[in-house]
Write a protein that binds this ligand. Structure first.
Ligand code: SF4
Ligand code: SF4
Ligand code: SF4
Length: 293
Protein backbone atom coordinates (compact mmCIF):
# COMPACT_ATOMS: atom_id res chain seq x y z
CA UNK A 1 0.00 0.00 0.00
CA UNK A 2 2.81 2.43 0.87
CA UNK A 3 3.89 3.37 -2.67
CA UNK A 4 0.33 4.43 -3.47
CA UNK A 5 -0.33 6.18 -0.18
CA UNK A 6 -1.02 9.53 -1.83
CA UNK A 7 -3.66 8.04 -4.11
CA UNK A 8 -5.10 6.01 -1.27
CA UNK A 9 -5.86 9.17 0.67
CA UNK A 10 -8.38 10.05 -1.99
CA UNK A 11 -11.99 9.26 -1.27
CA UNK A 12 -12.63 6.76 -4.04
CA UNK A 13 -10.50 4.04 -2.46
CA UNK A 14 -11.87 2.07 0.46
CA UNK A 15 -9.81 -0.47 2.37
CA UNK A 16 -11.70 -3.76 2.61
CA UNK A 17 -12.22 -6.08 5.55
CA UNK A 18 -9.24 -7.98 4.21
CA UNK A 19 -6.88 -5.00 4.28
CA UNK A 20 -4.77 -6.42 1.45
CA UNK A 21 -7.51 -5.34 -0.95
CA UNK A 22 -9.48 -2.23 -1.62
CA UNK A 23 -12.79 -1.31 -3.23
CA UNK A 24 -12.58 1.33 -5.93
CA UNK A 25 -15.52 3.71 -6.04
CA UNK A 26 -16.43 5.36 -9.33
CA UNK A 27 -17.88 8.84 -9.88
CA UNK A 28 -21.32 8.58 -11.51
CA UNK A 29 -23.22 11.89 -11.25
CA UNK A 30 -26.99 11.22 -11.08
CA UNK A 31 -26.24 7.51 -11.56
CA UNK A 32 -26.22 7.89 -15.34
CA UNK A 33 -23.94 5.79 -17.50
CA UNK A 34 -23.80 5.27 -21.25
CA UNK A 35 -23.85 1.71 -22.58
CA UNK A 36 -20.20 2.19 -23.60
CA UNK A 37 -19.28 3.23 -20.07
CA UNK A 38 -21.09 0.20 -18.65
CA UNK A 39 -19.17 -2.04 -21.04
CA UNK A 40 -15.94 -0.28 -20.10
CA UNK A 41 -16.65 -0.73 -16.37
CA UNK A 42 -17.36 -4.42 -16.93
CA UNK A 43 -14.02 -4.84 -18.68
CA UNK A 44 -12.17 -2.88 -15.97
CA UNK A 45 -13.84 -4.92 -13.20
CA UNK A 46 -12.82 -8.11 -14.95
CA UNK A 47 -9.27 -6.99 -15.50
CA UNK A 48 -8.49 -5.35 -12.15
CA UNK A 49 -11.08 -6.83 -9.76
CA UNK A 50 -12.97 -10.09 -9.55
CA UNK A 51 -15.37 -9.44 -12.41
CA UNK A 52 -18.17 -8.03 -10.26
CA UNK A 53 -19.41 -4.49 -9.63
CA UNK A 54 -21.53 -3.13 -6.81
CA UNK A 55 -24.11 -0.34 -7.16
CA UNK A 56 -24.12 1.87 -4.06
CA UNK A 57 -27.06 3.51 -2.31
CA UNK A 58 -25.83 6.86 -3.66
CA UNK A 59 -25.94 5.87 -7.34
CA UNK A 60 -22.20 5.28 -7.62
CA UNK A 61 -20.56 2.06 -8.78
CA UNK A 62 -17.83 0.19 -6.93
CA UNK A 63 -15.28 -2.31 -8.18
CA UNK A 64 -14.52 -4.63 -5.28
CA UNK A 65 -11.41 -6.55 -4.35
CA UNK A 66 -8.70 -4.64 -6.18
CA UNK A 67 -5.03 -5.27 -5.40
CA UNK A 68 -3.63 -1.86 -4.28
CA UNK A 69 -0.66 -2.37 -6.60
CA UNK A 70 -3.10 -1.96 -9.50
CA UNK A 71 -4.49 1.39 -8.27
CA UNK A 72 -2.51 3.63 -10.65
CA UNK A 73 -3.54 1.51 -13.64
CA UNK A 74 -7.20 1.20 -12.67
CA UNK A 75 -7.37 4.93 -11.94
CA UNK A 76 -6.08 5.64 -15.45
CA UNK A 77 -8.44 3.12 -17.05
CA UNK A 78 -11.43 4.57 -15.20
CA UNK A 79 -10.57 8.12 -16.28
CA UNK A 80 -10.23 6.95 -19.90
CA UNK A 81 -13.66 5.31 -19.65
CA UNK A 82 -15.23 8.64 -18.60
CA UNK A 83 -16.03 7.17 -15.17
CA UNK A 84 -13.24 8.55 -12.98
CA UNK A 85 -12.33 7.69 -9.41
CA UNK A 86 -15.14 8.61 -7.03
CA UNK A 87 -15.27 10.06 -3.58
CA UNK A 88 -16.17 8.81 -0.13
CA UNK A 89 -14.27 10.78 2.51
CA UNK A 90 -14.77 14.36 3.82
CA UNK A 91 -15.43 15.76 0.39
CA UNK A 92 -18.34 16.64 -1.85
CA UNK A 93 -19.30 13.09 -2.79
CA UNK A 94 -21.28 11.59 -5.69
CA UNK A 95 -24.25 13.81 -6.52
CA UNK A 96 -27.53 11.91 -6.57
CA UNK A 97 -30.61 12.74 -8.67
CA UNK A 98 -33.87 11.08 -9.65
CA UNK A 99 -34.81 10.93 -13.37
CA UNK A 100 -37.49 13.65 -13.02
CA UNK A 101 -38.47 15.36 -16.31
CA UNK A 102 -36.27 13.00 -18.31
CA UNK A 103 -38.62 10.08 -17.58
CA UNK A 104 -40.92 10.55 -14.59
CA UNK A 105 -44.44 11.92 -15.02
CA UNK A 106 -44.24 13.69 -11.65
CA UNK A 107 -40.99 15.52 -12.35
CA UNK A 108 -41.02 19.31 -12.38
CA UNK A 109 -37.36 20.33 -12.68
CA UNK A 110 -34.31 19.12 -14.60
CA UNK A 111 -32.62 17.16 -11.82
CA UNK A 112 -30.05 15.43 -14.01
CA UNK A 113 -28.91 18.64 -15.71
CA UNK A 114 -28.60 20.29 -12.29
CA UNK A 115 -26.68 17.30 -10.87
CA UNK A 116 -24.19 17.49 -13.75
CA UNK A 117 -23.65 21.23 -13.26
CA UNK A 118 -23.06 20.78 -9.54
CA UNK A 119 -20.79 17.80 -10.18
CA UNK A 120 -18.62 19.83 -12.58
CA UNK A 121 -18.22 22.62 -10.06
CA UNK A 122 -18.04 20.83 -6.75
CA UNK A 123 -17.34 17.11 -6.97
CA UNK A 124 -14.42 15.93 -4.83
CA UNK A 125 -13.84 19.30 -3.16
CA UNK A 126 -12.08 18.59 0.13
CA UNK A 127 -14.24 19.62 3.04
CA UNK A 128 -14.09 19.55 6.85
CA UNK A 129 -17.18 17.30 6.76
CA UNK A 130 -18.71 14.97 4.19
CA UNK A 131 -21.13 16.83 1.93
CA UNK A 132 -23.79 14.75 0.20
CA UNK A 133 -26.06 16.45 -2.31
CA UNK A 134 -29.30 14.85 -3.45
CA UNK A 135 -31.88 16.18 -5.91
CA UNK A 136 -35.49 15.07 -6.43
CA UNK A 137 -37.83 16.36 -9.11
CA UNK A 138 -40.92 16.49 -6.88
CA UNK A 139 -41.96 16.19 -3.21
CA UNK A 140 -42.17 12.39 -3.52
CA UNK A 141 -38.46 12.79 -2.80
CA UNK A 142 -37.38 9.40 -4.17
CA UNK A 143 -33.71 10.21 -3.53
CA UNK A 144 -34.39 11.33 0.09
CA UNK A 145 -32.90 14.80 -0.39
CA UNK A 146 -33.86 15.98 3.09
CA UNK A 147 -31.63 13.27 4.60
CA UNK A 148 -28.56 14.78 2.92
CA UNK A 149 -26.29 17.67 3.89
CA UNK A 150 -27.77 19.55 0.92
CA UNK A 151 -31.18 18.58 -0.45
CA UNK A 152 -32.99 20.01 -3.47
CA UNK A 153 -36.65 19.30 -4.30
CA UNK A 154 -38.69 20.48 -7.30
CA UNK A 155 -42.13 21.83 -6.42
CA UNK A 156 -45.04 23.68 -7.95
CA UNK A 157 -47.88 25.64 -6.38
CA UNK A 158 -51.37 25.02 -7.82
CA UNK A 159 -53.68 27.94 -8.47
CA UNK A 160 -57.37 27.73 -9.38
CA UNK A 161 -58.71 30.10 -11.99
CA UNK A 162 -61.26 32.09 -10.01
CA UNK A 163 -64.90 31.63 -10.86
CA UNK A 164 -64.74 28.68 -13.25
CA UNK A 165 -64.62 25.62 -10.96
CA UNK A 166 -67.57 23.20 -11.36
CA UNK A 167 -66.96 21.63 -7.95
CA UNK A 168 -66.70 18.15 -9.52
CA UNK A 169 -64.19 17.12 -6.82
CA UNK A 170 -61.76 15.30 -9.12
CA UNK A 171 -58.79 17.32 -7.86
CA UNK A 172 -59.78 16.58 -4.24
CA UNK A 173 -59.87 12.86 -5.08
CA UNK A 174 -56.38 13.00 -6.58
CA UNK A 175 -54.77 14.99 -3.78
CA UNK A 176 -53.06 12.52 -1.48
CA UNK A 177 -52.64 15.15 1.24
CA UNK A 178 -56.30 16.00 1.76
CA UNK A 179 -55.39 19.58 0.90
CA UNK A 180 -58.42 20.23 -1.32
CA UNK A 181 -62.03 20.35 -0.18
CA UNK A 182 -65.19 21.35 -2.02
CA UNK A 183 -66.97 24.22 -0.34
CA UNK A 184 -69.95 26.08 -1.73
CA UNK A 185 -69.54 24.24 -5.02
CA UNK A 186 -65.89 25.15 -5.63
CA UNK A 187 -62.53 23.64 -4.73
CA UNK A 188 -60.65 25.26 -1.87
CA UNK A 189 -56.95 24.68 -1.24
CA UNK A 190 -55.45 24.43 2.23
CA UNK A 191 -51.89 25.76 1.81
CA UNK A 192 -50.86 24.28 5.16
CA UNK A 193 -51.54 20.75 3.90
CA UNK A 194 -50.38 21.21 0.30
CA UNK A 195 -46.90 19.81 -0.37
CA UNK A 196 -46.78 21.41 -3.84
CA UNK A 197 -46.59 18.17 -5.81
CA UNK A 198 -48.70 19.46 -8.71
CA UNK A 199 -50.74 16.24 -9.09
CA UNK A 200 -54.06 18.09 -8.86
CA UNK A 201 -53.09 20.34 -11.76
CA UNK A 202 -53.03 17.39 -14.14
CA UNK A 203 -56.23 15.95 -12.71
CA UNK A 204 -58.74 18.72 -13.43
CA UNK A 205 -60.83 17.59 -16.43
CA UNK A 206 -61.59 21.23 -17.24
CA UNK A 207 -57.98 22.46 -16.97
CA UNK A 208 -58.96 24.99 -14.36
CA UNK A 209 -55.95 24.43 -12.13
CA UNK A 210 -52.81 26.19 -13.23
CA UNK A 211 -49.31 25.97 -11.90
CA UNK A 212 -47.32 28.88 -10.68
CA UNK A 213 -43.65 28.85 -11.74
CA UNK A 214 -42.01 25.57 -10.67
CA UNK A 215 -39.34 26.15 -8.06
CA UNK A 216 -36.70 24.43 -5.95
CA UNK A 217 -36.78 23.92 -2.19
CA UNK A 218 -33.25 23.83 -0.76
CA UNK A 219 -32.53 22.17 2.58
CA UNK A 220 -29.34 21.96 4.62
CA UNK A 221 -28.05 19.68 7.36
CA UNK A 222 -29.93 16.41 6.87
CA UNK A 223 -28.29 13.08 7.58
CA UNK A 224 -28.93 9.37 7.31
CA UNK A 225 -27.28 6.68 9.36
CA UNK A 226 -27.78 5.70 12.96
CA UNK A 227 -29.33 9.03 14.01
CA UNK A 228 -31.20 10.27 10.92
CA UNK A 229 -32.14 13.92 10.77
CA UNK A 230 -34.32 15.94 8.39
CA UNK A 231 -32.52 18.91 6.84
CA UNK A 232 -33.64 22.44 7.62
CA UNK A 233 -35.30 24.53 4.96
CA UNK A 234 -32.89 27.15 3.67
CA UNK A 235 -34.91 28.82 0.93
CA UNK A 236 -36.92 28.39 -2.25
CA UNK A 237 -35.54 29.53 -5.60
CA UNK A 238 -37.10 29.72 -9.05
CA UNK A 239 -34.10 29.60 -11.37
CA UNK A 240 -31.61 26.79 -11.76
CA UNK A 241 -28.64 29.20 -11.90
CA UNK A 242 -29.66 30.57 -8.51
CA UNK A 243 -29.76 27.03 -7.11
CA UNK A 244 -26.25 26.37 -8.42
CA UNK A 245 -25.10 29.63 -6.86
CA UNK A 246 -26.83 28.85 -3.57
CA UNK A 247 -25.24 25.38 -3.38
CA UNK A 248 -21.81 26.85 -4.13
CA UNK A 249 -22.35 29.37 -1.36
CA UNK A 250 -23.45 26.66 1.08
CA UNK A 251 -20.36 24.59 0.27
CA UNK A 252 -18.12 27.64 0.70
CA UNK A 253 -19.78 28.46 4.04
CA UNK A 254 -19.36 24.89 5.30
CA UNK A 255 -15.74 24.83 4.06
CA UNK A 256 -14.88 28.00 5.96
CA UNK A 257 -16.90 27.52 9.10
CA UNK A 258 -17.51 23.84 9.87
CA UNK A 259 -15.39 21.74 12.23
CA UNK A 260 -14.14 18.34 11.21
CA UNK A 261 -15.01 15.30 13.32
CA UNK A 262 -18.73 16.08 13.54
CA UNK A 263 -21.40 15.76 10.86
CA UNK A 264 -22.82 18.99 9.49
CA UNK A 265 -26.24 18.11 10.95
CA UNK A 266 -24.73 18.26 14.45
CA UNK A 267 -23.18 21.69 14.13
CA UNK A 268 -25.73 23.79 12.24
CA UNK A 269 -26.56 25.90 15.30
CA UNK A 270 -22.88 26.43 16.16
CA UNK A 271 -22.37 27.64 12.59
CA UNK A 272 -25.15 30.17 13.04
CA UNK A 273 -27.35 28.71 10.33
CA UNK A 274 -30.06 31.35 10.72
CA UNK A 275 -27.61 34.22 10.11
CA UNK A 276 -26.26 32.40 7.05
CA UNK A 277 -29.78 31.94 5.72
CA UNK A 278 -30.55 35.64 6.14
CA UNK A 279 -27.29 36.63 4.46
CA UNK A 280 -27.75 34.20 1.54
CA UNK A 281 -31.36 35.21 0.97
CA UNK A 282 -30.27 38.85 0.83
CA UNK A 283 -27.28 38.16 -1.43
CA UNK A 284 -29.18 36.05 -3.94
CA UNK A 285 -31.36 39.02 -4.73
CA UNK A 286 -28.20 40.73 -6.05
CA UNK A 287 -26.10 40.10 -9.14
CA UNK A 288 -24.60 36.57 -9.49
CA UNK A 289 -21.18 35.91 -7.99
CA UNK A 290 -18.16 36.20 -10.23
CA UNK A 291 -16.28 32.87 -10.73
CA UNK A 292 -13.69 32.19 -7.98
CA UNK A 293 -15.08 35.04 -5.87
S1 SF4 B 1 -38.90 12.26 -6.86
FE1 SF4 B 1 -40.73 12.68 -8.07
S2 SF4 B 1 -39.90 13.22 -10.07
FE2 SF4 B 1 -38.30 12.14 -9.00
S3 SF4 B 1 -38.54 10.01 -9.58
FE3 SF4 B 1 -39.62 10.30 -7.66
S4 SF4 B 1 -41.73 10.69 -8.29
FE4 SF4 B 1 -40.44 11.03 -10.08
S1 SF4 C 1 -50.25 20.27 -5.25
FE1 SF4 C 1 -50.36 18.16 -4.47
S2 SF4 C 1 -50.64 18.41 -2.28
FE2 SF4 C 1 -51.10 20.38 -3.19
S3 SF4 C 1 -53.27 20.38 -3.50
FE3 SF4 C 1 -52.38 19.64 -5.39
S4 SF4 C 1 -52.33 17.43 -5.20
FE4 SF4 C 1 -52.69 18.25 -3.17
S1 SF4 D 1 -61.18 19.16 -10.76
FE1 SF4 D 1 -61.27 21.23 -11.61
S2 SF4 D 1 -63.45 21.64 -11.85
FE2 SF4 D 1 -63.29 19.84 -10.54
S3 SF4 D 1 -63.33 20.68 -8.44
FE3 SF4 D 1 -61.18 20.56 -9.03
S4 SF4 D 1 -60.70 22.57 -9.91
FE4 SF4 D 1 -62.92 22.39 -9.84
Amino acid sequence: MAPHYGIHLRGGLITERDADFCTVRVRVPAGNLTVEQVRGLAAIAKRYGTGTVHVTARQAVEIPHVDPKKIPRITKALAKNGTPLGSEKDEVVNIVACPSIERCKYGMVDTIGLAKKLDERLFGKEMPVKVRISISGCPNACTSPMLNEIGIIGRVKPKRIPGLCTGCGTCAEYCGEGAISIRNGVSVLDPEKCVQCGVCIQSCPFHLLKSEHSHYLVTVGGRRGRHPKIGRVLMTLEEEEKVVEAVERIVKWVYRRAWSGRLLAEQLDDLNFEAFRTELTRDLQKEPLQPQQ
